[in-house]
Design a protein around this ligand. Structure first.
Ligand code: G1P
Ligand code: ZN
Length: 548
């Protein structure tokens, strides 16, 4: 690398350069328009005063990843950054970026990913900025970035970097003008962290003893991580990691680990050749799906089971300080916290809201219903971490996933849970449903719909217990008599139209019926909520597009 010539290029604010639930996500066609990425990246640089600082840079390998890495390197050099640590070939999973920032004491990091959204030339791309604690930029930083994007007039970039991609493939340290570029193996540090947290010997022994597993990397970033950890270090049979080669378009798939998009794995786990344990992760490696032989573990239940059993893994042997979950995640983990006598937190959707609780040592485990689970080992959710904690628990308890789940429900009761998504909605129509329901909230308590009576109705706002910052308008909550709850909010990660998410739960006590079909167990709260929110009337949709 060479290039010391800094160019200042004129630009102007671009409509829509405002991060959503998790960074800025747009269609590749939008992100790759000349000046688009540059303008947003400069807004970030303007917001964080980068001169003399060290950052981590990497992405999930989706289409446009390498081009974006080269652009950000050139802009970092032009903005006076002292050092950038980059994953080899531009690859780093989201949790691996978080870990590297923390391990190296870096000032922040740039993650190139649109998570589970499809990739390829017609797919999505994204850019997320993480701060020095390794976590997603909190609201205050994000607002600063938005303010800078709104008044931007130029960006700084060095001249061409013809050999950037070649250099990215070689581990080592290089100079780009005055900036140091260190290319690192994306897996090594992360794998070492996992070995510290979990009893690899116990898991290896279980696998040697005949325990079988399948991990579906969905042709996304966890392929190399899972192959190294599960097959090479823990001894799972070669081929246990499937769809292990990361592809720019994820093989045309939708790398979202849930029963709909990871159907191949889901069906395999319910078929005659099912191994003992199945799992999958998403585009950038922060989500997870856990499936036992013949049984799917809902993410909200997974968080609760992990919280109840975390002490069985060496990294959590001292116990956990508290459990945090996002508002639409079921109350299952609250019940575990209550029994353990530890704090339980309910935050808005998005991992950024867990950061302060983790930093302050108030929460050790965090989770979201959208297949995100993690702990204070990094400041992101972490797909493989959840898989390894499950394996550690299975190795110690020597029981099947199904037995562990049933035992959990018999102890705490079961929170039947499902999310119904109405996709591709007209944005105005979706906003109207939320606005209409919000106006009617005060009138709802006491009203009965489809056999359920509303006991409380709330527009969710959150006051961060650490810094006192307030986030309002974070979703609407309907609580019904008899242990049912429904939450409604609009997705903040889509790139087309609007998606209405309706989250539904119904509690059954330990001595209740614990093995019902989920949708059937939720039928009353589904009927009541669609009626109360006037979904069919206002959207013309008789049923959701995706049920998970
Ligand atoms: C979705 C999930 C949310 C998660 C986010 C980023 O956001 O629902 O839990 O934090 O992706 O992975 P949404 O599209 O609902 O705004
Ligand atoms: Zn993700």
């Amino acid at each position: 690398m060479q290039s010391n010539d800094v160019h200042t290029i004129e630009t102007a604010p671009i409509t829509g350069q405002k991060p959503g639930t998790s960074g800025l996500r747009k269609k590749v066609a939008v992100f790759s328009e000349p000046g688009y990425l540059e303008t947003y990246a400069q807004a970030i640089f303007n917001a964080i005063t980068p001169a003399g600082k060290t950052f981590v840079l990497g992405g999930d390998g989706r289409f446009f990843n390498s081009d974006a890495i080269a652009t950000i390197l050139r802009m970092a050099a032009a903005n006076g950054v002292a050092k950038i640590i980059v994953g080899q070939n531009g690859i780093l999973s989201t949790p691996a970026v978080s870990h590297l920032i923390r391990k190296r004491g870096a000032d922040g990091g740039f993650i190139l990913s649109a998570s589970h959204n499809p990739g390829g030339p017609n797919g999505d791309f994204g850019l997320k900025y993480n701060t020095e604690n390794g976590g997603p930029a909190p609201e205050a930083t994000t607002n600063k970035i938005v303010a800078c994007a709104e008044e931007i007039s130029s960006y700084r970039i060095t001249g061409d970097l013809p050999d950037a991609l070649e250099v990215l493939s070689n581990i080592g340290t290089y100079a780009l003008g005055d900036m140091e570029v260190e290319i690192v193996d994306p897996v090594v540090d992360y794998a070492a962290l996992m070995e510290e947290l979990f009893d690899f010997n116990a898991i290896r022994k279980m696998i040697d003893g005949g325990f079988t597993l399948r991990f579906d990397a969905m042709h996304a970033v966890t392929g190399p991580y899972a192959t190294e950890i599960l097959e090479h270090r823990l001894g799972a049979a070669p081929g246990s990691v499937v769809n292990a080669v990361p592809l720019e378009d994820f093989g045309g798939g939708h790398p979202d680990p849930n029963p709909v998009w990871a159907k191949e794995l889901f069906d395999h786990m319910h078929g005659p050749d099912a191994p003992d344990f199945g799992a999958a992760s998403d585009g950038d490696g922060d989500r997870n799906m856990i499936v036992g032989r013949g049984i799917y573990v809902a993410p909200s239940d997974s968080l609760a089971v992990l919280a109840a059993n975390a002490h069985l893994a060496p990294g959590y042997a001292r116990g956990i300080a508290g459990v945090a979950r996002s508002m639409p995640t079921s109350a299952a983990s609250d019940r575990v916290a209550e029994k353990l006598g530890i704090e339980a937190f309910q935050t808005p959707t998005g991992w950024k809201f867990f950061g302060n609780l983790l930093d302050a040592g108030r929460a050790t485990l965090c989770g979201e219903e959208s297949a995100g689970t993690g702990s204070d080992h990094v400041r992101e959710k972490d797909g493989l971490w959840a898989v390894l904690l499950w394996l550690n628990i299975l190795a110690v308890r020597d029981e099947s996933v199904a037995d562990i789940l049933l035992d959990h429900w018999q102890t705490y009761g079961r929170d039947y849970y499902s999310r119904h998504d109405y996709e591709g909605l007209d944005t105005d129509a979706a906003n109207a449903v939320m606005a209409d329901l919000k106006t009617r909230l005060p009138t709802l308590p006491g009203q009965t719909a489809a056999s359920l009576t509303v006991s409380a109705a709330e527009d969710f706002a959150y006051t961060d217990p650490i810094d006192g910052s307030v986030a309002t308008g974070q979703g609407l909550i309907l609580t019904y008599e008899g242990g049912a709850r429904a939450m409604l909010r609009l997705s903040g990660t889509g790139t087309e139209g609007a998606t209405l998410r309706v989250y539904l739960e119904q509690y059954a006590p330990p001595d209740g019926d614990l093995t019902r079909d989920t949708q059937e167990a939720l039928s009353d709260v589904i009927a009541a909520t669609t009626q109360v929110a006037k979904i069919e009337k206002m959207l013309g949709r008789a049923a959701p597009d995706v049920i998970s």
